[in-house]
Design a protein around this ligand. Structure first.
Ligand SMILES: [Zn+2]
Length: 228
């Protein structure tokens, strides 16, 4: 197969790389086209098409086999981490400096992450004193792409109630984020979980305020760790 230079829209390439990075998880497992299609809201045929282009470009950003799925090449991983760093730094900046509500920072960062310069990125990092976490509790990769593994698990993994710390909350559901915030369920908060079941989780944070009942589907958006 001949290698050719492909002219691809950078913004959509970045979104593919970021989605592969996120879906692959900490162990960087291969990601299926259907999982990508769902995440990006794109038809499976377009996914295949794009992955073939990314795998065939001059310095390939992904390794792709139709049957086994896709994973990032070292170059693709570097690029993905750069975008994730932009995204999470922007979220922290919007939240801490511009006073955006937590449920609005993600969408704004999605737009801005593709366009900021290295200088702008460095300025934000300096202004915020090089933060390690974004407002959702997710690790911000360092300049050199290093990112510590977070030791946490989804709330839905627990079988018994108890006391935990909120590690992070998903940035994808603005309505849920608002609800969590209203109940004091934010990264670092102490969380009391009573009687988890197949259907629902009953959560209390901070003072014995009113409980929040979450369905199993929604509870997966909260990641917890044990109290230190
Ligand atoms: Zn986000």
């Amino acid at each position: 197969m001949t290698t050719r230079r492909v002219n691809l829209n950078t913004e959509s390439v970045d979104n593919y790389l970021k989605a592969i990075f996120t879906l692959g998880g900490p162990d960087e497992e291969r990601v299926t086209s259907s999982a990508l299609a769902e995440r990006l809201g794109v038809a499976p045929a377009s996914i295949t098409n794009m992955l073939q282009k990314l795998a065939a470009s001059l310095s390939p950003l992904v390794e792709y086999e139709r049957r086994r799925g896709v994973r990032l090449s070292p170059a693709g991983r570097r690029r993905a981490l750069e975008i994730v760093r932009h995204h999470r730094l922007l979220e922290a900046f919007l939240y801490e400096v511009l006073d955006y509500p937590i449920e609005e920072v993600h969408d704004e960062a999605e737009r801005l992450e593709h366009f900021i310069s290295e200088r702008f990125e460095e300025r934000i990092a300096t202004k915020l004193r090089h933060p390690n976490f974004d407002p959702h509790g997710h690790c911000i990769p360092a300049m050199d792409g290093k990112m510590p593994k977070q030791v946490s698990k989804p709330l839905t993994d627990i079988e018994e109630g108890g006391k935990f710390l909120v590690d992070s909350v998903s940035d994808h559901d603005a309505i849920l984020l608002k609800q969590l915030k209203a109940h004091g369920i934010t990264p670092g908060a102490r969380l009391q979980v009573t009687s988890p079941s197949q259907e629902e989780f009953v959560l209390r944070a901070g003072s014995p305020s009113k409980a929040l009942r979450l369905s199993r589907a929604l509870a997966g958006a909260v990641r917890i760790r044990s109290e230190d």
